[in-house]
Every structure is written in C-alpha cells, then in structure tokens.
Design a protein around this ligand. Structure first.
Ligand code: GLN
Length: 536
C-alpha cells in the first residue's frame, strides 16, 4: 500500500533586528527545494493587528502585494512568487487581525459554546489550522513569521509553531532562525552575542532552532560558526552564513554553497538528487556581464523607502535582464519637482516611470514629469495612478481642458478620472478597491498587442478610480489610443500615444507578475526603449 505523503514544515523566524532578510532567505529556501524537484509553498504570518496591509501607509509597511484572487498581502509574498512557482492567494498570508476576526466570529456564532475562549488553545488552534490548510499537499511548506523574536505581538504565532513542531513529529518540522552577526569596525570583530541572546529568547518560549542563518557583511569563519553553535545548542555545520550579496538573485546560490539545502533535506529526513541550479547560475552570470546601462527615473511619493516599490524595483531589474542591461533606478520625490521644476530633476534620465499611489500630495509634480516625458520624447510608463496622471496631463496640455483632474484630488467640472459606479456606495475602506486579476482585451495593431503578443491578457488591479468614458472621443481625436479595455469595452485598462517613441499607461500593476526567469513583456519593452533612447 502506498503511504500517504507527509507535508514537511520549515518555520523561518528572525532575530536581532528587523529587515535582516528573512523573506529572501525563506524565498531562497523555496527556490533551492524546488531545484531539487520538490513541490513547495510559502506562508507568511504577520503579527500586526490590521486584518491585511491594505490600509497601511507604504512608508510604514512597504509595498502591498496583490495576488490574482485580489488579496492585499505582505510584500514577502512577492518574493515567494518571484523565486518559486508557488502561486500566492488568500491562503498564504494571515495577520493577528485576521486570526482574531475569525476567532471572534466563531465565538459569536456559538462554535465554542461552553468554553472560555483563550489565546491558548483557540487562537493558536486557528493559526495551526491556517498553516495546515495552506500546505496544499505540497512536499514542503515554508512558513515565515513577521517581526523579530522578542516582540509581544508574535508570541501566539511562535507558540503555535512550537505546538505544531511537536505534533508533526521529529524529522517533519524544523525551525530556521535568521539573525544578524554585526561587524564592529573599532574592534575589528564579528559579534555573536546578539545571536546568542535572540536564540536564548526563542528557547525560553520552547523553540530550539535547528539551523541558524547568520546574515553578515563578510564570511563567517568555521571557528566563529562553532562558537555560535556552542552557545546556541547546534552543531557548527548547522550555522550558515548569508553574506550581503550584489543582488537578491545571488542569494539562493550562496546559501547552496553554504550547504543549506542539503542540511534541510537531511534534517527533514527526505531524499532528493542534487539541485538543478542552472537557471539561477545564468541569472547571476548575466548580472556580472551586462553590456548596457540605463537610468530610469521613478517619480513618486514614497521614495524614502525603496520597499514601498518593491515589485516595481524588481520588475525593472528583470526588464534589464532581458536586455542585457544594468538598470539604475533614480527615485524622485514628485513634490521636489513641484518645487524645482521637472528639468533639473529629470535631466539625464533615459526613461520616466510614474508608479501607483494614493492621495493628492505631489500630484502636480507627477503631471509635470509626464509632460516632460511626452514633450522630450522620453519613454514613459504610467502604472495605475501613473496612467491617471498621464490622462490628466493629456487633457490639460493637449486637449486644452485646463481644469481636468481626478475626483480623488478635487471636485472639478472636468473629472477625466472618476469613481467607478460600484465604488460610490462603499464606505468601508479595507479590502474594497477593485482588486486582483481582471481580463483585458488588447487593440490589434497597438504597441501593447505587439509587446504582449496576445489578444487577451490578465493583470492584477488595486484602485478605486477609473478613466471617465465621457472623454474618450475627445482624447481619441487628439491621438490617444485606448489600447487595452475590459472585454465588454467599458473600462479603459491601457492607453498609448502612437506619435511618441514609447508612451504607455496601464490601470493595472504589471510589476506583480514579473519574475527573474520570465521578465514581464511591458518592462522588457520599456527598458529596450530606454536603451534606444539613450543611444539616439
Ligand atoms: N489612487 C488611485 C485609485 O485609487 C490609483 C491607485 C494605484 O495607483 N494603485 O484609483
């Protein structure tokens, strides 16, 4: 009789400081295990109380990543999709807010009648069942816990992991703890003490890490690994270095060289052949041998935190991969354009991109950036809000509608961007935008259809406002082409300007679907246009 296959669990926690690279380590583990022929999926448990990150300012939390099913999720889910074949959905990300919302809903329904509802076992049971549901029959499920060991908020999640590890049994669940080993320049030494403290905190709540991934700016000697092992109750070979890399795409190979995947396979009592890492080697090799270089100006509002545009950042790099080019990203605060004018800030850029965003602040600077790109014939790519500001710019400066605007920013007699009908009655902000994958039909012969080489595409959305169809004819008469629309023709999804070398706006977010091995065609084409523009 065939034995039922057991799903193995890997839990990834972080210690010492946040932003230590846990997400990239978790994604790299997924990539390495897939390269060994295993099926993997990823889960992210976030300890904050928001039900999802959709209502948070990107400067607080970084980008909100949107999945095909329209879930607003943590940006680490973007890394998981970029590094592996796992498709993310509502099943892959929970927060304290969502766990409690579910438990309270069950309590009101009477599911726990007779019981005092408590963190242990009711909240922890909910977390465990989320993890088990999310494993989707894969060989390995990699569950990352947001935050840092020692945070009050993460305690119920860690307790759930502790219980799950016991329930799954030896060889079926392991914990990888990612810590920082800082180098102190004045003493010329690497310091292991913060790692020791972090592991001590983990062990106090009953979790002994099985592997430590030590993030460091330089290699960690075997002697140092033995010291970390001694204090953290591990064999030295279970301590792996994750050194700062020139690119996140170099991390899987680096961790492989450190023996991480072999160690995991061994500890999870599995057997696979050696991993096939050729595609990762090709990427790293390509990074080392780029022949061209272009600068893309990104004109936005959240420029102080690159994480706020994470997928965009990666998609532009992928566009570079398909063109053998290094893409330098110049983030420009649109309010600075308002103060100083577009020319001094955009001078030297080979292409201009206006990304998604919300709210009125900095809008006029973005409109000025579109105008600069249109008039200077620089490749222009407008994404979501970027399309909307391109529409406003065209209305004002080409169609002569000087008070054209979006109703998101002001009341105007000429609302070229307006609220969608079904949005008018929405008063609860959370999870209520137009979210997730929608089909879009491309206009035959348009630049968009040439780029996609398809008649119908599917892309992910996250917005409330929409192009106002009352203005379609006026725009068309002035040469703007509506190159992508919803299949019923009612919603404008893409615009382009045939009289310009490369001017495209899209109401969706193509950056969410770009992968290093499959760069998104719009980004590949945009970077190719930037290269042509630089050469001309
Ligand atoms: N603020 C705009 C809207 O809600 C654009 C959103 C975005 O760029 N993601 O429609």
């Amino acid at each position: 009789m065939r034995q039922k296959r057991t799903t193995k669990h890997i839990f990834v926690t972080g210690g010492v400081v946040s932003s230590v690279g846990k997400g990239i380590v978790a994604a790299s583990v997924g990539a390495l295990l897939e390269a060994r022929g295993l099926t993997v999926t990823h889960l992210k448990l976030d300890p904050y109380v928001n039900v999802d990150p959709g209502t948070m300012n990107p400067l607080q939390h970084g980008e909100v990543f949107v999945t095909d099913d329209g879930t607003e999720t943590d940006l680490d889910l973007g890394h998981y999709e970029r590094f592996t074949h796992a498709a993310m959905s509502r099943m892959n990300n929970i927060t304290t807010g969502r766990v409690y919302a579910t438990v309270i809903e069950k309590e009101r329904r009477g599911d726990y009648l007779g019981a005092t509802v408590q963190v242990i076992p009711h909240v922890t049971d909910e977390i465990k069942s989320f993890i088990r549901r999310g494993s989707q029959q894969c060989d390995v499920v990699i569950t990352e816990i947001g935050g840092t060991i020692g945070d009050i908020e993460s305690l119920p999640f860690l307790e759930a992991l502790r219980q799950l590890k016991v329930e799954e049994g030896i060889g079926n669940a392991i914990n990888i703890h990612v810590t920082l080993v800082p180098y102190i320049p004045t003493s010329g030494e690497l310091k292991t003490k913060p790692t020791q403290h972090s592991v001590r905190s983990l062990r106090e709540i009953g979790i002994q890490p099985d592997i430590i991934v030590a993030r460091c700016d330089r290699p960690i000697s075997n002697e140092m690994k033995a010291k970390i092992g001694l204090f953290c109750n591990l064999r030295p070979e279970s301590v792996v270095t994750c050194q700062d890399a020139q690119s996140i795409y170099a991390v899987p190979l680096m961790l492989h060289r450190e023996g991480l995947d072999a160690l995991i396979i061994d500890q999870l009592d599995m057997w696979t052949g050696e991993p096939h890492l050729e595609s990762w080697k090709k990427i790293v090799d390509a990074l080392d041998h780029t022949t061209k270089r272009v600068t893309v100006a990104i004109v936005g509002k959240y420029v102080d935190l690159v994480d706020a545009y994470k997928s965009l950042h990666e998609a532009l790099k992928h566009g570079g991969f398909s063109n053998n080019a290094k893409v330098d990203l110049r983030y420009i605060d649109s309010e600075e354009i308002e103060a100083k004018g577009a020319a001094p800030l955009l001078d030297g850029a080979d292409a201009i991109l206006v990304p998604g965003g919300f709210g009125q602040r900095g809008i006029e600077g973005k409109i000025a950036a579109v105008r600069y790109a249109r008039e200077h014939r620089l490749p222009f790519f407008g994404i979501c809000l970027g399309l909307q500001v391109a529409v406003i710019e065209f209305a004002r400066n080409v169609c002569g509608i000087s008070d054209a605007n979006s109703v998101e920013f002001t009341e105007t007699p000429n609302p070229v961007i307006h609220l969608m009908e079904e949005q008018k009655d929405i008063h609860r902000k959370g999870g209520s935008m137009r979210l997730g994958a929608y089909p879009c039909k491309l206009l035959p012969g348009s630049l968009a259809s040439q780029i996609y080489e398809q008649e119908q595409i599917s892309e992910r959305h996250r917005h409330r406002y929409e192009f106002n169809n009352a203005y379609r004819q006026i725009f068309a008469d002035q040469g703007l082409v509506f190159s992508g629309c919803s299949p019923d023709g009612q919603l404008v999804e893409m615009i382009e300007l045939p009289s310009h070398p490369w001017f495209i706006g899209c109401q969706f977010h193509p950056e969410f679907k770009s992968k290093p091995f499959a760069p998104h065609p719009l980004f590949s084409s945009f970077i190719a246009a930037a290269i042509r523009c630089k050469q001309s």
